[in-house]
Write a protein that binds this ligand. Structure first.
Ligand SMILES: NC(=O)c1ccc[n+]([C@@H]2O[C@H](COP(=O)([O-])OP(=O)(O)OC[C@H]3O[C@@H](n4cnc5c(N)ncnc54)[C@H](O)[C@@H]3O)[C@@H](O)[C@H]2O)c1
Length: 260
């Protein structure tokens, strides 16, 4: 019987690599993405590959997964796809927020802060609540979200996302604490600096970030989406059943090694 995973942000970067890896591991893939233009073409390539690997057990939806209306509209469809079976994984890998400083030329507004914290943090809570009530999360299910070093470092343009990362980490900790009794675990995976589309949106200096990260990383390279996909694949194994309310670092030790 097919086991299913649900990936929010599964078309590019970490989410796409995870979809491809878990497809190879034998899971059916249900994923959301929100892509227009050039990004849509990359999304189509990802979907074609996942579709082939899974023999058609692949459902991608190009819509705003952070909207509560989307959650309510699609959860019945997700249940139909899985045949009522609980999902093995709910992964939040959405990158969509305002990258600007708190002061200066374009100080962040309340609307931008609220949107960023909702999309990149709180939306995971509402998905988890709704999937749990729909009996789509149960014993052995995992809830995961991606965090970054911005959870304790101040960086150019990263303030709003930084706040969202802390919101997400707290949400994940509390989900694991409340749902652990049902055998559901929740963990954050902290990726090192990874050259993805999202990174290019944070700063114009992203190439400099990549170069300086390679220098300070103990393993002398940046993180790849495949590193994260491998970690998530490992965390789905029964041996990881007791890992809960934690932050798992997949960054070659970058977080122990100086600043950008
Ligand atoms: N790239 C890095 O250096 C890095 C480091 C640590 C953590 N992260 C985190 O990893 C996660 C994924 O980022 P990435 O680097 O893979 O970026 P990415 O831009 O490659 O992927 C973002 C994904 O989110 C989707 N998306 C955006 N808005 C959406 C919405 N409203 N609804 C549904 N899907 C939406 C996109 O379609 C895409 O699939 C983010 O949470 C990011 O903060 C990234």
């Amino acid at each position: 019987m097919t086991e299913w995973v649900l990936i929010l942000g599964g078309s590019t970067g970490h989410g796409a690599a995870t979809a491809k890896r878990l497809a190879k591991d034998g899971y059916g893939i249900i994923a959301f993405h929100f892509d227009r233009g050039e990004a849509k073409k990359i999304a189509e390539e990802t979907i074609a590959e996942v579709n082939e690997t899974t023999n058609g057990r692949c459902h991608y939806f190009n819509t705003n997964a952070a909207s509560v209306e989307t959650m309510e509209a699609y959860i019945p469809q997700i249940k139909e796809i899985t045949g009522g079976q609980q999902v093995k994984l709910l992964l939040h890998s959405i990158a969509f927020g305002t990258t600007t400083n708190f002061f200066g030329e374009k100080p962040v507004t309340q609307k931008q802060m609220d949107m960023t914290v909702h999309v990149m943090g709180n939306s995971l809570l509402y998905w988890t609540q709704k999937l749990f009530v729909a009996d789509l999360l149960g014993k052995g299910s995992r809830v995961m979200g991606l965090t970054s070093e911005g959870n304790y470092l101040a960086m150019e343009g990263y303030g709003p996302v930084s706040v969202a990362k802390l919101a997400m980490e707290s949400i994940i900790r509390q989900i694991g604490w409340e749902l652990g009794q049902y055998g559901i675990t929740a963990n954050s995976v902290q990726a090192g600096v990874t050259p993805t589309r999202a990174l290019t949106k944070i700063t114009d200096r992203w190439e400099e970030w990549v170069e300086s990260t390679k220098k300070r990383n103990p393993m002398k390279r940046t993180t790849t989406p495949e590193d994260i996909a491998g970690t998530i694949s490992m965390l789905l194994k029964p041996e990881a059943d007791f890992i809960n309310c934690s932050i798992i670092y997949c960054d070659g030790g970058e977080h122990r090694s100086g600043t950008i």
